[in-house]
Design a protein around this ligand. Structure first.
Ligand code: GLU
Length: 355
């Protein structure tokens, strides 16, 4: 077959596969895939004083069961069960919550009857939890993190449709093996690349240079790309053996930055520091003595960028490992996990490129 025909037929086969519904229309409820929804709080579970209030409301009010009851259509896509892991705004998600959530996700996915997992979460730190799960989930089954930008009481609340879309993806066989995903606002993104880009608008989650994995149309997932970074079953991280995570702090770069934040992090016991550097991870002459002192004390320093994009490359003027194109908050998640298995800078550097 000519190259052209081969491409045409493969394209057609892919289109048919991508457009196939997750479950047949006539499937009886008992035959539907079982999706567990783990609720952690956030705006999706938030309530406000009026239907026009979309800021200053209380996140983490509705329970997991209330969230599921608010979207009866979920029952047409999957058998859903709800569990409460926490009920907080995601600025209050701690390492303890991350470990509890990850262990529960792994337990559930080990059950043959569970097809996939949805995690509901505040959007502010959603990408951190999603990337953490991406690095520690030991299964190919889909794990999908979702949330909402408007509280449940708002006109045009986006929580119900986001939850429905996340369950649709989690129930879909096409979603297997893609790493942990973030599904909101008709988009399916990877945990590795998706980031919150706007504090108030619905279209806040973007994949920057990597784009999206796919799109949801009429509650059907259409996957278009895959992530090349290794994830889930291909990482060495094992949360079943962890009770805590090492302290890794982020220090922001800015003009006239004196370096004392690095000294404070080290004094507080940081085992790792992520520099949210200016530009492509540049470090100022004023901060370098403190950063070098931290490294000489065995603290692993990783350079990243405060710009929201781009790669960190070798530069003799600066010190620390290269954070690839991880944003500072994701570099912190990976560095915490890396430090649970090694203190060797070159091994950690390899991980920063691989995951
Ligand atoms: N700050 C809250 C949180 O992250 C609300 C933000 C949101 O969920 O959109 O949970």
């Amino acid at each position: 077959m000519s190259n052209y025909l081969h491409r045409l037929f493969s394209g057609l086969a892919l289109c048919l596969f991508a457009a196939a519904p997750a479950v047949a229309q006539s499937t009886s409820p008992a035959e539907l895939p079982h999706v567990a929804v783990l609720a952690t709080g956030g705006t999706i579970a938030g309530t406000a004083g009026s239907e026009t209030q979309t800021t200053g409301y209380k996140p983490g009010v509705l329970t997991a069961d209330a969230l599921l009851k608010s979207v009866p259509s979920l029952g047409k896509i999957a058998q859903v069960s709800g569990e409460q892991i926490s009920n907080v705004g995601s600025e209050n998600i701690t390492n303890d919550v991350l470990l509890k959530l990850a262990r529960r996700v792994n337990q559930l996915l080990a059950q043959p009857d569970i097809a996939g997992i949805v995690v509901t979460h505040g959007t502010d730190t959603l990408e951190e939890t999603a990337y953490f799960l991406d690095l520690v989930v030991k299964s190919d089954k889909p794990v999908v993190v979702t949330g909402s930008m408007r509280p449940s009481t708002a006109i045009g609340a986006d929580g119900p449709s986001n939850l429905l879309q996340a369950v649709t993806v989690a129930a879909s066989p096409q979603a297997r093996g893609r790493g942990v995903m973030i599904a909101l606002n008709d988009r399916i993104g990877s945990a590795r690349f998706t980031t919150k880009t706007n504090g108030t608008t619905l279209d806040t989650f973007k994949g920057n240079d990597a784009g999206y994995l796919g799109t949801l149309v009429d509650e059907l997932p259409h996957f278009e790309t895959s992530v090349l970074k290794h994830h889930t079953t291909a990482t060495p991280f094992d949360v079943s053996k962890l009770d805590s995570l090492p302290e890794v702090d982020i220090v922001y770069g800015y003009q006239n930055d004196g370096g004392f934040m690095y000294d404070a992090a080290v004094a507080h016991g940081a085992k790792g520091i992520v520099v949210a550097g200016v530009g492509a991870g540049s470090e100022s002459l004023l901060t370098l003595p403190s950063i070098k002192k931290a490294i000489s004390r065995g603290v692993i320093v990783v350079r990243s960028s405060r710009t929201g994009g781009g790669f960190i490359t070798e530069d003799p003027a600066y010190v620390g490992l290269l954070g690839d194109d991880l944003n500072p908050q994701k570099a912190r998640i990976l560095l915490m996990l890396a430090l649970t298995v090694t203190k060797d800078p070159s091994t950690i550097q390899a991980m920063l490129h691989e995951f």
